[in-house]
Design a binder for this molecule. Structure first.
Ligand code: DSN
Length: 432
């Protein structure tokens, strides 16, 4: 076997034998993976269905047309563009399509559960090319809508881009819609994390309140790595013109040829999402997250916002532990999560004070509340085991500390034992 296929096999084994609990990850179906690995990767198709710059696109036109129609029907929107390469390009395309560099935008801070492309200052296009004002959360991690309204009224952003990557509660889309309408701003809802839950009917849709909706397609939606930009039709008189602006911002503005294999994968995922099985999965994702959160809380952990109403949980590890030691210990024990900032925390993103975990992946494998109780038990056991492993306050000592910590847990009996138990559980719930 070639080196490449060896490595892919090794990754397949890792995914099978460990618990995928990073909330933005999921297991795509065989149909989605086959579409992505198909001959469609061989074709160039700059342009849009019926308006291509290359010959030989009749079949690609049909695939893209079907994906657009399916997205429109499932999300209940007027227009859809399925070409964005992923979430960050999709958000860039909306911003550059609708407003001018230098205009004011507003979004939720990354450390409070937003996304880099929602206006993170200095290090992203959204904070460099636009004047970004950001709102955070209260100390309990919950958004204070009165504060958002106050800031919006003072700063008058032209565009509000609202969405979450680490916010466990449900966003009040209606309130955001009212705030945006009150100042005549565009409201962009980035539903990347929750689009599968929205289609599944267990998380509210922003469609009646937002002008534009963006989503990645590989998180709770369980498709390939891609994205969709949608125009809801809300309050937009000239929505055809708006769609044309967005289309031009995607191609030729920021992208070249669409990834047709991804488009076919998106179509396959949307077809799968339009089934009772998918709706059942979406409901179970939330039930599992709630059950996991309840057990972790019972075990004494502090959860940001006090719990969850969605697919994810953020654990605030302050003051005794840090995201790095917990995430690396859990990985050793076969539970794969990511370290994450906590609202109003002072630690840098590379050494944050929390971990983020979610249930889409384990739910796709068929796990339910009883398995979540077992998983919570393992997480509590691991965290208890490494108590006292405190990251140094001095920045320059942290790298060395983590190196030594890694060596200390390399052959740790308890972590190895949990990893074996995780492997046994995983065997009962095969990956798709
Ligand atoms: N990287 C994604 C996540 O993990 O939430 C956001 O882009």
């Amino acid at each position: 076997m070639s080196k490449v296929s060896d490595l892919i096999k090794a990754e397949e084994k890792r995914q099978e034998e460990t618990l995928m609990m990073i909330p933005s990850e999921n297991y795509a179906s065989k149909a989605v993976r086959e579409a992505v690995g198909s001959v469609l990767i061989n074709k160039y198709s700059e342009g849009y269905p019926g308006r291509r710059y290359y010959q030989g696109n009749k079949i690609v036109d049909e695939i893209e047309g079907l994906a657009i129609e399916k997205a429109k029907a499932l999300f209940g929107v007027e227009h859809a563009n399925v070409q964005p390469y992923s979430g960050s390009p999709a958000n860039a395309e909306v911003l550059f399509g609708l407003i001018e560099p230098g205009d004011v935008i507003m979004g939720l801070k990354l450390s409070s559960g937003g996304h880099l492309t929602h206006g993170h200052p200095e290090i992203t296009f959204s904070g460099k090319f636009f004047r970004s004002v950001q709102f955070g959360t209260k100390d309990d991690g919950v958004i204070d809508y009165d504060e958002v309204e106050k800031l919006a009224t003072e700063e008058k952003p032209k565009l509000m881009i609202v969405g979450t990557t680490a916010y466990p509660q449900i966003l009040d889309w209606e309130r955001f819609g009212k705030i945006a309408d009150g100042i005549g701003a565009w409201l962009i809802a980035d539903i990347s994390h929750v689009s599968g839950l929205i289609i599944g009917g267990v998380y509210p849709t922003p469609v009646p309140f937002a002008h534009i909706v963006t989503t990645t397609t590989h998180k709770t939606l369980r498709g390939p790595r891609g994205a969709i930009i949608m125009i809801t039709g809300k309050g937009i008189k000239k929505d055809i013109e708006v769609m044309a602006k967005i289309d031009r911002a995607v191609f030729p503005g920021l992208q070249g040829g669409p990834h047709n294999n991804t488009t076919a994968g998106i179509l396959a995922a949307l077809i799968e999402a339009d089934t009772p099985e998918f709706r059942q999965y979406a409901g179970q994702v939330v039930k599992n997250a709630k059950s996991l959160a309840a057990e972790l809380k019972k075990g004494g952990l502090k959860l940001v916002t006090g719990g969850t109403e969605s697919h994810l949980i953020v654990i605030d590890l302050r003051p005794d532990l840090s995201g790095n030691v917990v995430a690396e210990s859990l990985e050793k024990a076969g539970i794969v999560v990511n370290r994450n900032s906590v609202p109003n925390g002072s630690s840098p993103p590379f050494y944050p004070s929390g971990i983020r975990l979610g249930t889409p992946g384990v739910t796709t494998r068929g796990m339910k509340e009883s398995e979540m109780r077992i998983v919570a038990g393992w997480i509590l056991k691991v965290i208890d085991h490494i108590k006292g492993e405190k990251l140094p306050v001095e920045k320059e000592k942290r790298g060395e500390f983590m190196k030594n910590f890694r060596a200390r847990i390399e052959n740790d009996d308890l972590l190895n034992e949990v990893a074996l138990e995780v492997k046994d559980l995983c065997k009962k719930f095969p990956t798709p």
